[in-house]
Design a binder for this molecule. Structure first.
Ligand code: NIG
Ligand code: FE
Length: 419
């Protein structure tokens, strides 16, 4: 068969093809790969994966000699707040004075400040800005991502955000999972009546479902935001309405959101810095993916990080994400998140690669299309300026991308997005 493109001499070709759609516990230390590998595609679909020797059976007018470089699937970022107006650099001084994140929120800043900017922005402005950030994620090797609403906190603006995500799903080739996070904060107008606000957000479920605007419903279960009981009720209704659920759980205060996520069989439980020891153990007997966001811990200037080791050692499944957002994690650099996972979460390099591919795809129900290289799947492939897979978590703060292929097409090179 004649291929459109054939990559040969991939020093390590990480296929991540575990034969299962999730890597749990010890399996996270296994890295399915081919030494001196080769991969080829036609019409954006992978037609061949094997060794460079086996590639002799295929022809192509476009053969790239990878000269021993690392080649992997496109990365999956399973937790971003991609669509928002404005930015929050005006809060730097408060942050430096040590004013806690939840205190800034309580004073009407933080998420509320971004809500105002998002309400004020037009659909086109939000689309343009989200596209910019999405391309930057792509330049760091991400080809699949999840995007949340949650900076509207009213009917109109939440729908506006979700429609931006839908437009992105339709007009560009990255794979995107959409999450309704209307329950992200209590708007000032409902300050003393959070239940009524959740009722109001629930009235959106049917419209969101009918118009295919989101696959997941998420809630910020946190002290001063939504309680365990409120989260349980709200997410149970979301499940009844046909959504899969996620929770921003135990990010700052240990409330038991992690246990709730597992009880509800959530697709993922996210953050988990303050998760209890019992909750950490529970991942061993659950397929709920622990989505860890060490960039947020870093940027909130916290000393203790989520207990990734405990979760993996208990037999659980861990994924990593940027949590890209304007407040607690303003970065699209998923490679820096991989560095932090090595340094702060004490994850092995093998675990880190599983966490940004196969497990990340599972956390957003994109495991049938993303996170693994298999014949018949989209050619979402990254060539790295790295001699081996350990090199990326090791050498920090820079972009190691050599080339990103999205559905077979070269879209980013040397860390820059190609127009
Ligand atoms: O995942 N914790 C809640 N939501 C985001 C931050 C949102 C913001 O500060 O704008 C998070 O950290
Ligand atoms: Fe988040």
């Amino acid at each position: 068969m004649k291929l459109d493109k054939l990559l040969i001499n991939c020093g390590q070709l990480l296929t991540m093809d575990h034969k299962t759609n999730i890597a749990k516990g010890e399996q996270m230390n296994v890295l399915p790969q081919i030494e001196n590998g080769a991969i080829g595609w036609k019409d954006g679909i992978i037609e061949f994966i094997g060794t460079t020797e086996e590639a002799d059976n295929y022809q192509s007018d476009d053969i790239i000699d990878c000269q021993g470089k690392l080649v992997t699937p496109g990365l999956v970022d399973p937790h971003t707040h991609l669509v928002f107006g404005g930015s929050r650099e005006h809060e730097i001084a408060l942050k430096q004075q040590g004013v806690p994140y939840l205190e800034i929120l309580k004073q009407g800043g933080g998420i509320h400040s971004t809500v105002k900017a998002t309400q004020d922005a037009s659909f086109e402005e939000l689309l343009e800005k989200a596209t910019f950030h999405m391309k930057r994620l792509l330049s760091y090797g991400v080809t699949t991502l999840e995007a949340k609403s949650g900076y509207g906190l009213d009917r109109e603006t939440e729908l506006k955000q979700l429609k931006v995500v839908k437009e992105l799903q339709e007009i560009q080739p990255m794979t995107i999972a959409s999450t309704f996070l209307g329950a992200h904060a209590i708007p000032k107008s409902f300050k003393d009546d959070p239940e009524s606000f959740l009722d109001e957000m629930e009235t959106l479920f049917s419209e969101i479902k009918e118009e295919g605007l989101a696959e997941f419903v998420d809630i910020f279960c946190e002290e001063g935001v939504f309680t365990i009981d409120q989260s349980k009720q709200y997410l149970s209704k979301a499940k009844e309405a046909g959504f899969s659920v996620k929770i921003h759980a135990d990010e700052i205060v240990s409330l038991g959101g992690t246990e709730l996520a597992i009880e509800l069989n959530a697709a993922s439980a996210d953050h988990l810095i303050a998760a209890s020891d019992e909750a950490v153990e529970m991942f061993g007997s659950s397929d709920t993916v622990a989505v860890l966001l060490p960039g947020t811990t870093f940027y909130l200037n916290k000393d203790s990080y989520a207990k990734a080791r405990g979760m993996i050692d208990a037999g659980g499944s861990v994924a990593l994400a940027t949590d890209f957002n304007p407040g607690s994690s303003p970065t699209e650099n998923i490679q820096f998140i991989m560095n932090l996972a090595m340094l702060k979460l004490k994850m092995t390099c093998e675990e880190i690669w599983n966490a940004v591919t196969v497990n990340a795809a599972k956390a957003i129900h994109k495991d049938e299309v993303s996170g693994r290289l298999q014949v018949g799947r989209h050619a979402d492939v990254v060539i790295w300026n790295a001699p081996n897979y350990q090199y990326v978590p090791y050498h920090y703060g820079v972009n190691h991308v050599h080339t990103v292929f999205l559905k077979g097409k070269e879209v980013a090179k040397g860390g820059a997005f190609l127009e």
